[in-house]
Design a protein around this ligand. Structure first.
Ligand SMILES: NC(=O)c1ccc[n+]([C@@H]2O[C@H](COP(=O)([O-])OP(=O)(O)OC[C@H]3O[C@@H](n4cnc5c(N)ncnc54)[C@H](O)[C@@H]3O)[C@@H](O)[C@H]2O)c1
Length: 443
């Protein structure tokens, strides 16, 4: 099929490259000329496992990028909208979606074939039918369901493993206003014949995405609340507590041969310095705001958000248990990406933590194996950035903020030092006895 994807961020570019991989012709559209040029040269503008290989294979052939949205829509059978949907402090900011819908609508004026416009961006329930559809109808001067289709196909990929998630989906959610719109999406995803497919209306598709993200955020904040109580009580470590929780049959499957397989959800039932990234923070806030605006406040979700907002400050409090005054102290931050295997630092807990350290007068050094450039853009210039993990260890304390695999080397690296720093584990990834001086969330 001929597919157009508008927006070449983490979702748009990964989707476009994967569409090419499964045999479609894909044109990716972005306003950002430099991204378009990089994609056409076969270079990945973001760090995402497997993406560079896909671009090397398909760029210039089945995958092209352009700034010419009208031509891309004209030359394709369906268009996915994958632009950003940030939270503006009050509600979801749909300006990128609206702008894209208007441009797509204008391009539809000259189209004869039934073209489907599919929202892939995460948008609050009702957006596709009540905002995108009228924008398309107005700009195209045509009627949805008669001249073109409107659908909603939420994306569930996880940054860091986005290509794998796209190529091996857990489920496909296909929303649409009519059978033709659904049929076109079915054809796109035909290669994933073994994947469960849920065909539904647009509002349900939108809600499935929010409900999926909100439950993950809820489990993280729940674990952090338990962690903070453990910390206040003393003599109980949240890591031991959570291991005990995970072993329940609801979370760990027992195979006939006696082997026990923990469910993936257990990685969210784990304490830390808070969730971040470009999805959970903004999506939970947008959903709670949407609920309140529709007379259905969501106090549980509000508490999830509030617990997460406070969690980064726990790292500072932990540090102050050992160093009451942080002024002049050498503190290294290990990891600024919001999670491992990505260069995305949007809403990363590392950002408020570093800013708080600087406010306390600490001398901050930062290390991240891939997110350094993005981190430097968002953090004050006083932060010293180092290229190697070892360089970050000449410090009074190191704060472990991202679960990078590289940090598993810390016990060995610190054992070799005469003056090992205190390790404050914001992800509870190291065994407490594995380093000379250890503290962590929930101890
Ligand atoms: N990042 C994730 O892990 C993830 C996962 C699932 C869903 N989502 C959702 O997918 C959507 C995109 O997220 P992202 O992280 O890829 O965003 P992003 O900010 O990385 O990328 C958005 C891209 O859209 C481009 N753009 C904006 N307006 C445009 C327009 N009118 N025409 C052409 N290009 C335009 C921007 O230049 C940018 O390159 C969001 O709604 C997000 O919530 C994200």
């Amino acid at each position: 099929m001929r597919i157009c994807v508008v927006g070449t961020g983490y979702v748009g570019l990964v989707s476009g490259a994967c569409f090419a991989e499964i045999g479609h012709d894909c044109i990716c559209v972005d306003l950002d000329v430099s991204k378009v040029e990089r994609i056409n040269r076969g270079e990945a503008p973001i760090h995402e496992a497997g993406l560079a290989d896909l671009l090397a294979r398909h760029a210039g052939a089945r995958l092209r990028a352009t700034t010419d949205l009208a031509a891309a829509v004209r030359d394709s059978d369906l268009t996915f909208i994958a632009v950003g949907t940030p939270f503006d402090g009050q509600r979801i900011d749909l300006s990128q979606v609206i702008q894209a819908a208007r441009a797509i609508g204008a391009a539809l004026r000259d189209k004869r074939d039934y073209h489907a416009v599919i929202v892939k961006s995460t948008v609050v329930p009702g957006t596709t039918d009540d905002v995108v559809r009228p924008e398309l109808e107005h700009a195209s001067r045509k009627r949805a369901g008669v001249d073109f289709g409107v659908g909603m196909n939420p994306e569930f990929l996880t940054e860091g493993v986005a290509v794998r998630d796209f190529m091996q989906p857990d489920r496909l959610v296909l929303g649409g206003i009519d059978e033709r719109t659904i049929r076109l999406q079915r054809a796109v995803y035909a290669p994933f014949a073994a994947t469960p497919v849920l065909e539904t209306n647009n509002k349900t598709a939108e809600m499935i995405k929010y409900a999926s993200n909100a439950v993950l955020a809820t489990l993280i904040s729940y674990s952090n609340e338990i962690a903070n109580l453990c910390s206040a009580l003393g003599g109980v470590d949240v890591a031991d507590v959570m291991r005990g929780v995970h072993l329940a049959r609801y979370f760990t499957t027992r195979l006939p041969d006696g082997a026990r397989i923990p469910a993936g959800i257990t990685s969210f039932l784990w304490a830390g310095c808070g969730y971040g990234g470009s999805c959970l923070p903004k999506d939970t806030q947008a959903l709670a705001a949407h609920g309140a605006a529709h007379g259905a406040p969501m106090p549980l979700l509000e508490a999830v958000i509030e617990t997460n907002r406070r969690q980064p400050a726990r790292m500072i409090a932990l540090l102050q248990r050992h160093f009451p005054c942080l002024a002049g102290l050498r503190i290294s931050v290990l990891g600024v990406a919001f999670k491992e295997d990505t260069d995305d630092v949007r809403d990363s807990p590392a950002l408020p933590i570093v800013r708080a350290l600087l406010q306390h007068g600490a001398r901050v050094t930062a290390y991240d194996p891939v997110a350094r450039v993005n981190g430097q853009r968002l953090l004050p210039p006083e932060v010293t950035w180092v290229e190697e993990l070892e360089q970050a260890l000449a410090a009074d304390a190191v704060l472990l903020l991202t679960r990078w695999r590289q940090f598993e080397r810390l016990p060995a690296l610190l054992a070799a030092r005469a003056d090992p720093p205190l390790v404050v584990d914001g992800r509870r990834m190291l065994a407490p006895a594995s380093v000379p001086r250890y503290d962590g969330i929930g101890r």
